[in-house]
Design a protein around this ligand. Sequence first.
Ligand SMILES: [Zn+2]
Length: 346
Amino acid sequence: MRRISPALVHSLPKCDLHVHLDGSVRVGTIRDAANKMGVRLPTQDLKELTKYVQVPPDCRSLSDFLKAFEVFYPVLKDPEILERISYELCEDASKENIRYMEVRFAPVLQAREGFPMEEVVKSVLKGLKRGGRDFKIRTLLLLCCYRSEPPITSIQTVNLALKYRENGVAGIDLAGDEAHFPVGERKEAFLIAKKNNLPATVHAGEAGGAENIRFALEVLGARRIGHGVRLREDPDLLEKVKRERIPLEMCLTSNVQTQVVKEYDLHPFREYYDLGIPVTINTDDRSVSNITLTSEIIRAIEYYQLSLEDIKKITLNGIEHAFTTEKERADLKREFEKEFQELGID
Ligand SMILES: [Zn+2]
């Protein structure tokens, strides 16, 4: 196998289908936002603040992972700040040659009195559009229904996604605490999306079992699965996912940090890839996890003995299953294939 340099991985064309806006905020921006919103942070020193809002590489606990979000969550509920973090995410992603990115967040969590969900969505779209233009990255937005919020808010979220679908919103997602909230409660919202042919992905088989993946596919109409780590617990379902080529949005470091898997080498990524399931590599929360897509791809190469040809295939899986138009998928595929070829990767 040829030696793979980090610089080469950095230069590869990339797509990231599973990116949480609120987990991808620069630490300096968190400090600025807190000062603007009058929220007291544990410290003003950037290096110190990093320890509160990013987990260390050796994080092996869901509660430590979630604690990082708690520190800065109250400071994002502002139109200018949401626009800024969306814009900056485009810049950060473009620096490692991510050319197509689907960004997701739950509007219900950023709304407050005087700042309703629709305005929240408009602020994020504004930042993504401006960032997309300035940094030459194609971005689309997925709106997350949130498990611990009342089911009515999921219906409102789907309706908002439908309203803005021609204007930057590509689909919906179901996020939040999978272990403690029954997935069935969101059926009504997801059926509205299904009826309107609005693409859906669902976080499933992460903190919950394979039965949530089955429900997401068979009842909620999910076209992709976020994580899907626990799929292997149900061999029949594994066979169905393989047969129907259902893509899995895998997020390696996130899974280790939240202890969905104990360590990287126990992750089923390679097993699913070898079965022919269209797996993809994604960041999840680039800032909280202190990672980039480049560092995640390098990890995958090292832990799962992947070649650059494998990385090309995995990248093209993402393009093939992107929630965009058929034309854009074809254009991106052509563009990416050409670049891989120029780098000598077939
Ligand atoms: Zn996620």
